[in-house]
Ligand binder design. Structure first.
Ligand code: ZN
Length: 341
C-alpha cells in the first residue's frame, strides 16, 4: 500500500504501470468494500476476457446489473488520461500552499492547458468541505465576511472603495480556533441569508465572535455566547472580553493571496470551487508543537513553545478526497467547459 508520495516523479516510481494507479484508486475509493456506484450494492464481480478492459466490474443486483469501474460517477468519469496524471495533478493541487494555476500545472504534467484546467476543477469538485463529515464547528468560532475577486483596477485620481458596497462577491467565512473552517459565497449579507448557513455550520454550544455588523446580533442568540469586536474603530481585540477574530482574518488573508496571486483571472461562476480548495487546505492541517530553548546572556535558559500548523501527509489527503468522489461526476461540454449532471 502506498503511504507516502514525495514528488510528482514519485507517482511514476511507485506506480510503474496504469494498473498500479488503478489499484491505488480502488483502495482509496472502495477500501475493502467495493460498491456499485449506481445502486450502492456491495455485491459485484470482476469481468474478465480478452475484449474486456481492465478494472471493469458488474453489479450482481438483479435490478441494476450495471457495469462500472473505479472512476464511474466520480469527477474522473470516462477519462482518457493516464490515471497517474490524475494522481500527479492531485499531488500538485494538494501540496501547493497557495494553489496552482493551470498554466503551471500543464507545464509540469506535460498536458495542454485546457486539460490541466479541467483536471484542476475536477479535483476541486472533490474538495467541497461545506458539508464536512467532520461535523460542525465548535468551541470558539469566529465569523466574518470577505470581499473576494481581486483588487480594483488603479485609475488615476479615483479612490477605490473598500469592503461593503464595492459590488465584489462576498464570502461568508467561519473559522473555529481548533483549526476547522468553512466558506461560502453569499448573494448578500442580510441576517436572514447568513442565519441558516451559520446554524448549519456551527454547533449551538459554541461561542460566536464577529464584528459589530448588526446582521449578526440576532444570529448570535442561536449560540451559547456572542462576543463582538469593533473593527471600524480599530479595535482588534475587545479589551473587556478578550474577543478577537484573528483566526478568521488569517483564513481571509489566505483567500485574498490565492485569488490575487495565483487565480487572478477567474470567472465568478468558478469562485466557490476556488474557495473550497483553499478551505480544504486549511482544514487538512495538524498542529505540531515546537519547543525552542534559549539561553540568555546570564546563562539562564528558557524554553518557548509554539504551535505550527502543518499539512497532513498528501496521501492521506488524497484518500480523504477520493472516498467522497462517487456522485461528484463532471461532464465536459463540447465547448471545453464543464457541466454538472
Ligand atoms: Zn448496482
Amino acid at each position: 500500500m502506498i503511504t507516502e508520495l514525495k514528488s510528482v516523479r514519485d507517482v511514476w516510481k511507485k506506480m510503474p504501470t496504469q494498473r498500479h494507479a488503478r489499484l491505488f484508486l480502488e483502495n482509496a475509493i472502495w477500501g475493502d468494500d467495493r460498491f456499485c456506484p449506481h445502486c450502492g450494492s456491495l455485491s459485484s464481480r470482476p469481468l474478465c476476457g480478452a475484449s474486456v478492459r481492465a478494472g471493469l466490474y458488474q453489479c450482481a443486483e438483479k435490478e441494476c446489473r450495471s457495469q462500472f469501474t473505479v472512476t464511474t460517477r466520480t469527477p474522473l468519469h470516462a477519462t482518457k488520461l493516464d490515471l497517474r496524471i490524475w494522481i500527479a495533478a492531485m499531488f500538485l493541487v494538494l501540496t501547493s500552499s497557495k494553489g496552482i494555476s493551470s498554466v503551471v500545472m500543464s507545464r509540469i504534467l506535460g498536458v495542454n492547458q485546457k486539460t490541466a484546467w479541467k483536471l484542476g476543477h475536477a479535483i476541486r469538485e472533490m474538495m467541497d468541505d461545506r458539508q464536512s463529515i467532520a461535523g460542525r464547528l465548535s468551541g470558539v468560532v469566529e465569523v466574518d465576511e470577505a470581499f473576494v475577486g481581486g483588487k480594483p483596477k488603479f485609475r488615476h485620481g479615483v479612490k477605490n472603495k473598500r469592503g461593503r458596497g464595492t459590488g465584489k462577491p462576498i464570502a461568508l467565512v467561519a473559522a473555529a480556533r481548533n483549526g476547522q473552517a468553512r466558506a461560502i459565497l453569499l448573494p448578500n449579507t442580510q441576517g436572514r441569508t447568513m442565519k441558516p448557513i451559520m446554524e448549519d455550520w456551527i454547533d449551538p454550544g459554541s461561542v460566536l465572535v464577529t464584528d459589530k455588523n448588526p446582521s449578526y446580533r440576532k444570529i448570535g442568540t442561536s449560540f451559547a455566547n456572542h462576543h463582538t469586536v469593533q473593527h471600524n474603530k480599530r479595535q482588534y481585540a475587545n479589551r473587556k472580553t478578550g474577543a478577537h477574530i484573528n483566526t478568521v482574518e488569517a483564513v481571509n488573508a489566505v483567500v485574498q493571496r490565492a485569488l490575487i496571486g495565483v487565480y487572478h483571472r477567474l470567472a465568478q461562476k468558478h469562485l466557490q470551487r476556488y474557495l473550497d480548495e483553499i478551505i480544504w487546505r486549511w482544514n487538512h492541517r495538524a498542529p505540531e508543537t515546537r519547543v525552542r530553548t534559549r539561553k540568555s546572556a546570564s546563562g539562564r535558559s528558557s524554553s518557548e513553545t509554539t504551535i505550527v500548523w502543518k499539512p497532513i501527509p498528501v496521501v492521506d489527503q488524497m484518500r480523504g478526497l477520493l472516498c467522497e468522489a462517487v456522485g461528484r461526476q463532471i461532464r465536459r461540454t463540447p465547448s471545453w467547459g464543464l457541466r454538472w449532471p
